[in-house]
Design a protein around this ligand. Structure first.
Ligand code: ATP
Ligand code: TZE
Ligand code: MG
Length: 267
């Protein structure tokens, strides 16, 4: 299903709404992800404890769940929040960080998939493994090209009835029927930790803005990262200066620029 409104219009609407996004993310990502959301115009809250995660999911406009630094207590919070989001009809995004690495992660992700995430966002190695394929991922880092994950993404999207976003040099988004590729970004992006985790949170912000157009919302979030990544790379001396330039670029990008520069093509 192709989106009826542009990524730029989505960005504008997201900023007008400034959605509250409950991010259950890892210790590495918490700070950068919150800053990415603030710079983009959304309102992040890192709330993960089982005692409150479900209640908070009732308040938030969207939920994102990332298994990067997992523990049994965190899994309780994730499941409670996902169930509450489902009960309240709110979209939620799963980021299956390195789920192939250990049995603990595999089991946690299988249980979360059973709770039917609205969107799954991962790197190529994660998506290949999630669809049952043999991935070459090393820890949290992808070692597979996105092109190799495209069939896996389509299968996973069909199986889960979810939108699947695979990120890397050229991103790929599919709902199992339609698919697009998004070019842009920078080779410096995978050299800064947790930008993928941060993108997962931003996907939540766009999904909260356009729950009726989850595919278009996902594309808009990825396109925003792609254009901001290009801008941040200009003049960046390396991963360090890229990192702060990226926040500035996210804050500076406007709807017209996004629509003029987003490179989204039907796959
Ligand atoms: N080689 C590249 N060239 C351009 N953009 C890239 C490249 N690699 C990644 N990106 C971009 O970086 C962002 C994060 O995607 P990535 O696939 O690195 O996530 P990830 O592996 O889950 O990251 P992390 O686990 O560190 O959070 C996306 O916007 C993606 O398009
Ligand atoms: C480095 C790292 N380790 C666990 S989560 C994380 C952030 C990138 O996925
Ligand atoms: Mg990741």
């Amino acid at each position: 299903m192709q989106s009826k409104i542009t990524s730029g219009a989505m960005l504008k609407a997201m900023r007008e709404k400034s959605p509250l996004v409950q991010c259950i993310t890892n210790y590495v990502a918490m700070n950068i992800a919150a800053n990415v959301l603030l710079a983009s115009g959304a309102s992040p809250a890192m709330v993960h404890a089982a005692e409150e995660a479900g209640e908070f999911a009732g308040i938030a406009n969207a939920l994102t769940i990332n298994i990067g630094t997992l523990s049994t207590q965190w899994i309780d919070g994730m499941q409670t929040a996902a169930k509450a989001a489902n009960a309240a009809g709110k979209p939620w995004v799963l980021d299956p960080v390195a789920h192939y690495a250990t049995a603990f992660r595999r089991n946690a992700v299988a249980d979360l998939l059973a709770l039917e995430p609205t969107i799954i966002r991962g790197n190529a190695s994660e998506i290949i493994a999630l669809a049952g394929g043999e991935s070459r991922g090393q820890g949290v880092d992808s070692r597979d090209p996105v092109e190799q994950a495209e069939d896996s993404a389509r299968r996973l999207a069909e199986r889960q009835r979810a939108v699947v976003a695979v990120t890397g040099a050229v991103d790929f988004v599919t709902d199992g029927e339609s698919a697009v590729r998004i070019q842009g970004g920078s080779a410096l992006m995978p050299q800064v930790t947790a930008l993928g985790c941060s993108l997962t949170c931003l996907v939540g912000a766009f999904a909260a803005t356009a729950p009726e157009d989850i595919f278009g919302a996902t594309v808009a979030a990825l396109a925003t990262f792609a254009v901001a990544g290009e801008d941040a790379a200009l003049g960046a001396a390396g991963p360090g200066s890229f990192s702060w330039r990226f926040l500035d670029a996210l804050a500076a990008i406007d709807a017209e620029t996004l629509d003029a520069r987003a490179r989204v093509s039907v796959a």
